[in-house]
Design a protein around this ligand. Structure first.
Ligand code: TPP
Ligand code: SF4
Ligand code: MG
Length: 284
């Protein structure tokens, strides 16, 4: 049996995708790691002294500098002659897409020997569900509200996987909590590569999305089955694989599960469907 390295006793909400995904990630990377975690729900629910859900060395740093801290730890290990301990940097979408973006780009550009895992729950959840550049078009958050003039977030989602891959790092991949074997496969593949590796992990947040906790994992499967979220791989800047979900389900099946989308009109849903269909051109 594989040892659990992220254990129970944390304070995540019922059905939180983060807690499930960290168990998957840590089982895949194993014990010889140092985790560097950005500020966000992941850190708040798992690390307050004197309790910790982590059974590996763990550092919490700031929102904006966590990739730089991870790079420093990695360089320190290598210069001490340790070429085996893996530095794993874990950060939310707010930390990755927005606030730590400059430090992340530096880490990728220098090809520092770090596995960076961004768990994407599509908003700044820990501080009360504010929109980030990972929040999808029209989603309601506390800073992209639904009113008479504006209905949800007017902008779409930043293509962070493609941006990370464009640094021509050895490996960049996306996956989803609902596909534990895919999560494990990609983390294990990343472990076999040196240099900067970027994993984008879709993680559900029932509290922030207005999603039934019992449907948390279902949502992380449906986003792949509808084709909204691609589980893709890039090596040295080129796409080398994408999971094909077969006959894609209508996007509405995913959208209707969550109250953050309850104001969407049939025209909005048709527009999302059209964009998703177009995004698969040449891939299926
Ligand atoms: C520079 C800075 N700005 C804002 C905050 C307040 N803050 C702490 S956690 C958080 C939200 C984190 O969002 P994300 O990275 O998406 O992680 P999540 O909470 O969704 O897990 C914010 C805004 C901070 N700690 N530091
Ligand atoms: S607010 Fe969302 S991300 Fe944060 S602990 Fe709760 S379910 Fe998890
Ligand atoms: Mg977030």
């Amino acid at each position: 049996m594989v040892e659990e390295l992220f254990v129970s006793g944390h304070r995540a909400c019922a059905g939180c995708g983060i807690a499930t995904s960290f168990r998957e990630v840590m089982k895949a990377v194993g014990k010889d790691v140092i985790v560097v975690n950005a500020t966000g729900c992941s850190e708040i629910v798992s690390s307050p002294y004197p309790q910790s859900a982590w059974k590996v060395p763990y550092i919490h740093s700031l929102f904006e500098n966590v990739p730089a801290v991870a790079s420093g730890v990695s360089h320190a290990l290598r210069s001490m002659g340790n070429d085996h301990t893996q530095v794993v940097c874990i950060a939310g979408d707010g930390a990755t897409y927005d606030i730590g973006f400059g430090a992340l780009s530096g880490m990728l550009e220098r090809n520092d020997d770090v596995i960076y895992v961004c768990y994407d729950n599509e908003a700044y959840m820990n501080t009360g569900i504010q929109r980030s550049s990972a929040t999808p078009w029209k989603a309601a958050t506390t800073t992209s509200q639904v009113g008479s003039a504006v209905k949800g977030k007017p902008q779409g989602k930043k293509p962070i996987l493609e941006i990370a891959a464009a640094h021509k790092i050895p490996y960049a991949a996306s996956t989803s909590v609902g596909y534990p074997f895919d999560v494990a496969k990609k983390l294990k593949k990343a472990m076999g590569i040196k240099g900067a590796r970027f994993i984008l992990l879709f993680a559900s947040c029932p509290t922030g999305w207005g999603l039934d906790t019992a449907k948390s994992i279902q949502a992380t499967k449906l986003i792949v089955e509808t084709g909204i979220w691609k589980m893709a791989e890039y090596e040295n800047g080129k796409m080398t694989g994408v999971f094909k979900p077969g006959k894609r389900k209508p996007v509405e099946e995913y959208i209707k599960l969550q109250s953050r989308f309850k104001h969407l009109t049939p025209e909005d849903i048709a527009a999302i469907q059209k964009e998703v269909d177009a995004s698969w051109t040449g891939l299926e």
